[in-house]
Design a protein around this ligand. Structure first.
Ligand code: BTN
Length: 333
């Protein structure tokens, strides 16, 4: 894990990883001290810090400590072990609380952090959504993750990146659900018409080159209910399945899947991505939709995607098929 003001102390990270990876045994204070690089006297203090974070660690007189239940905290060390071989294993920043992981990742993009850098938070106080909306980020209930990418593509192809991220998120959750999730263009994941996951892609680019892009993924995982104002439009994996899900396992699957789609996109271009989108999204073709852009609202029927990932819509008002570069898409009656 890299250091940045406010990030989780790497000793917390190391201690959690050590206890979690040895969850079936009592591990001695001396071994913990050696592994995480503190004195034996300090171990107790660090165990107390973990307890303050809600982790249940049992102390055994004279023999050591053991974790009663492995907490579902997105611990960078554990993640990077499991993401070995992908660009996402190299630099992971973790915060217990931050304004927005996208805001942090955009700053890291500016200051030169490498392709694949990950920013994670257990809680966001100013999570950013699309079109200037906010993203409700209840503590440790969802996945709040931003990925810094330096894609060697022109900005005109950026909508494809957005599709790539949506496909990866869709595959990650599909395994946990009995019903298949839908993708509402460009990349909202829906279950039973309610939103489970949203993705905000931001970038810094010149006309011919993307300096960096940040793909911010917000996934509702273990929320037991949604705030009143979202109750009709949002859901979580737990609300759909009635059980809790491991955010760590989901995130690993999501990032591994993102690695595969991203490499496929760079190697083979848009075609396999568009084909996959057509397979898994009911919004690809023939869906009656209402489109809201900053300048107008209109209805029409979706008519596939352009090779750049832009949505084509046959307008109801007879003005032909138009490209939709961005904007809100909603199913229309
Ligand atoms: C949407 O409106 O559908 C996009 C929501 C994106 C939310 C995620 S949570 C992690 C990352 N950090 C942010 O501030 N936003 C994105």
């Amino acid at each position: 894990m890299a250091d940045l003001p406010g990030t989780t102390d790497r000793r917390i990270d190391a201690l959690l990883t050590l206890l979690a990876e040895n969850s079936t045994i009592v591990i001695s204070g001396a071994k913990i001290a050696k592994e995480i690089g503190v004195t034996r006297q300090q171990v107790w203090r660090w165990i107390e810090k973990l307890r303050a974070l809600g982790v249940r660690v049992k102390g055994h007189p004279r023999s050591g400590y053991h974790i009663e239940r492995v907490p579902d905290i997105l611990v960078p060390q554990m993640l990077s072990h499991r993401l070995y071989g992908t660009p996402f294993a190299r630099r992971i920043y973790h915060f217990f609380k931050i304004d927005s992981t996208n805001a942090v990742a955009m700053r890291l993009g500016e200051s030169g952090d490498p392709h694949g850098t990950i920013v994670l938070a257990e809680e966001q106080t100013a999570g950013r959504g699309r079109a200037g909306r906010s993203w409700t980020s209840e503590k440790s209930a969802g996945i709040y993750c931003s990925i810094l990418l330096r894609p060697p593509i022109p900005p005109a192809h950026a909508p494809l990146l957005t599709l790539v991220a949506g496909l990866a998120a869709r595959d990650a959750v599909a395994e946990e659900l009995d019903v298949l999730p839908d993708i509402r263009w460009p990349n909202d994941l829906l279950v039973g018409g309610r939103k489970l996951c949203g993705i905000l892609t931001e970038m810094h680019a010149e006309p011919d080159r993307i300096h960096y892009a940040v793909v911010g993924i917000g996934m509702n995982v273990n929320q037991s209910k949604m705030p009143d104002q979202l109750a009709d439009i949002a859901t979580s994996l737990r609300m759909e399945t009635g059980k809790t899900h491991s955010r760590l396992e989901l995130l690993i699957r999501l990032l591994r899947s993102l690695d595969r789609y991203y490499n496929q996109f760079l190697a083979d271009g848009a075609t396999p991505i568009l084909r996959r989108f057509a397979e898994v999204s009911s919004y690809f073709k023939g869906k009656h939709v209402r489109i809201t852009t900053p300048t107008e609202t209109f209805t029409g029927t979706t008519a596939g995607l352009e090779s750049s990932g832009v949505l084509r819509v046959a307008r109801d008002d007879g003005r032909g098929i138009v490209p939709v570069l961005s904007g809100d898409v909603a199913e229309a009656s």
